[in-house]
Write a protein that binds this ligand. Sequence first.
Ligand code: NAD
Length: 313
Amino acid sequence: MGTKDISTMNNNSKPDIAFIGLGNMGAPMAENLLKAGYTLSVFDLSDAATQRLEKAGARVAQSPKDAASNAQVVISMLPAGQHVHSVYLGDSGANGLLAELPKGTLVIDSSTIAAADARTVADAASQLGIDFLDAPVSGGTGGAIAGSLTFIVGGDDDVFAKAEPILAVMGKNIFHAGEHGAGQVAKICNNMLLGILMAGTAEAINLGVKNGLDPKVLSDIMLQSSGRNWTLEVYNPYPQVMENVPSSNGYQGGFMSKLMQKDLNLAMQTAQDTHVDTPMGAKATELYATHTLENGDKDFSSIMGRHDASVLF
Ligand code: NAD
């Protein structure tokens, strides 16, 4: 295959994009790219996931290589580090998608994975003349649908500049956190705090409910008081307090508890490796470890069920 460099493209033309991983986040992100006029080839292991994108106008590919066959840009939104490793590096470390891509291809991985794993893929890409960015996101499925995600990017300045117009289709705030891996470090700091806030918010609402308060009234009060936080603003964990959130839909969709557990483990590993004290993060990790044993596929706000199991059914 020849060189396909996004930087040499005419300003008016949009690069063709391969999108790999079409789950709760990837599907709406890919749909927003289609709506903005990009041509997409998509791949996912799940047929249900690819059918949704086919209806939206994407070409369904049979493999990551097939998806990338005409693409100048590859975007992935996979569950964890092992999936990113397997897609890009393959079993041997050298027989994955990277080995198939022309020089100058822009690869953006938006999965939340360990910074060390992101650097491993970035190094392999760099040796092949491929531009790589770690670009994890924040904002949940609501942000993915609305195209208002926050992108937290690690990588070189010139590559960041090339990716920015594409990321701007899917997100509202796009931060360049630093070099390769920096996006992932910032992301796990954020998600450690989110895990603490969600566990704490569920605990506070439960205390109020067990003492006779209506969960909606208590939530409204805390929203206008100093306990205000993102979970109360847009992601209340108590059923029926808020519309269109996983807690009002049997904790389906959203951000699975097992993925929050993965992120908390990444934060704890980083804290341990760098000798940083994170006692609140450790407590949230412990709570989610227990919760995930039986509720791994439910949204992470289902930690509410730790206090009142009836909300889970
Ligand atoms: P998900 O499990 O809903 O989707 C992942 C998709 O990847 C699935 O459709 C799965 O079939 C597919 N997949 C797995 N292995 C694959 C492979 N080898 N090739 C192709 N497809 C493969 O997960 P999600 O909620 O969309 O999260 C994706 C990433 O985004 C995770 O790293 C998560 O931590 C992060 N994230 C999620 C949220 C959220 O609110 N859900 C928010 C921010 C970040």
